[in-house]
Write a protein that binds this ligand. Structure first.
Ligand code: M6R
Length: 361
């Protein structure tokens, strides 16, 4: 049932290209995105709240960036267990998007119910047909990732990201905030993203060696800006969840505001460098951590390799538009977390203290 892999997590990491293909199927036709009726007219949406937990929340952070960028709608992304206790200034033209692999997460479901009580339309992004979230939302978009068994979420995340891009493009198309040509450029890249993920997967051995080298460390940092920060959060969660190694994600620009004090000799810093317009800024942060003895592993888009020369190690990603990099850049971080856990002898698929689906509040 593990298809020849030692753990479900590794199998699911490798299933990502296929999961992306399945999720994309039928949603792009002749360069146009078709998501059907959202239950609310795209032109009427005033504000979007994206609400989720854990990895799904991290997909929502990317969702915010991409919807604001392409569709020009204000978006707030919040953790469900926090959102529930806020005093939201609800407006009738708000839209809530809940993201949940299982569709059973208690806090996410409670946030959905609150929105419904307020008469707000809810769109659910979930992987499980017939789940509570799917049944209670006004509209469902499924991630067709197939069953995800490992507690650590991998293919659910990348397919959630894909839905975030499709949704942003769909809203942009309907609201005419992008031209047909601009939309076509991104959709054609999305249609090839599965092959690019396959290319990244080919670097497994190299990443495994890095994990072997750093398996004894006590603490790690993940840095990035913008889309890279969103992925840094996901990479850090993956590592702490299955390898029990302390991992912290920081927005690179926040370093000087405190966390830099934690950087000492030999601490691994995983730096995501994929945003064409932010390379220089990110490199100046990398110089700061290097000056304090950190070892820097760069996850870097291949056209930015030159700029990343100073990093101690480099994992190169195939060329893709900056805004689409999360689907690629998360993959090395998943593989890194996986092998760190394997080298530690941890129970990769069933980490201590955790359940696949959190149905208590
Ligand atoms: O089923 P959900 O997507 O609602 O689950 C949300 C989180 O519990 C989940 O993503 C969790 O953070 C994962 N174990 C992370 O790998």
């Amino acid at each position: 049932e593990k298809g020849g892999y030692e753990h479900f997590m590794l199998k699911e990491i490798h299933e990502q290209p296929e999961a992306l293909r399945q999720t994309l199927r039928g949603k792009i036709r002749d360069g146009k995105v078709d998501l059907g009726d959202l239950g609310i007219k795209p032109s009427r949406i005033g504000k979007i709240y994206i609400v989720a937990c854990g990895t799904a929340y991290h997909a929502g952070v990317v969702g915010k960036l991409v919807i604001e960028k392409l569709a020009r709608i204000p978006v707030e992304t919040d953790i469900a267990s926090e959102f529930r206790y806020r005093d939201i200034l609800w407006q009738s033209d708000d839209l809530m998007i809940v993201i949940s692999q299982s569709g059973e997460t208690a806090d996410t479901l409670a946030a959905l119910r609150e929105a419904k009580r307020q008469g707000i339309k809810v769109l659910a992004v979930t992987n499980v047909v017939g789940s509570s979230v799917a049944r209670e939302a006004d509209k469902v978009i499924y991630t067709h990732a197939g069953p995800e068994i490992a507690v650590a979420s991998t293919k659910a995340y990348s397919t959630q990201l894909l839905i975030m891009y499709l949704l942003a493009l769909y809203l942009a198309q309907e609201r005419k905030t992008l031209t047909t040509e601009e939309i076509e450029i991104i959709t054609s890249e999305l249609m090839k993203i599965d092959e690019k993920v396959e290319e990244v997967l080919k670097q497994e051995e190299k990443i495994k060696k890095l994990a072997e080298k750093y398996q004894k460390v006590e603490s790690t940092f993940f840095l990035g800006r913008s889309f890279d920060y969103a992925v840094a959060m996901e990479g850090a969660l993956k590592l702490k969840e299955i390898s029990y190694i302390h991992a912290e994600a920081y927005a690179a620009g926040e370093l000087k505001h405190g966390p830099l004090a934690l950087i000492s000799e030999g601490v691994p810093v995983l730096a995501l460098i994929t945003q064409d317009n932010l390379v220089e800024k990110s490199m100046s942060n990398i110089k700061e951590v290097k000056a304090r003895g950190a070892v820097v592993v760069a996850i870097c888009k291949s056209n930015l390799q030159e700029a990343c020369q100073e990093c101690d190690e480099q994992i190169l990603l195939p060329e893709v538009q900056s805004l689409l990099t999360p689907i690629l850049s998360v993959v090395p971080l998943q593989i890194f977390a996986y092998y760190m856990a394997v080298f530690k002898g941890a129970d990769v698929d069933k980490p201590r203290n955790l359940a696949k689906s959190v149905t208590v509040e």
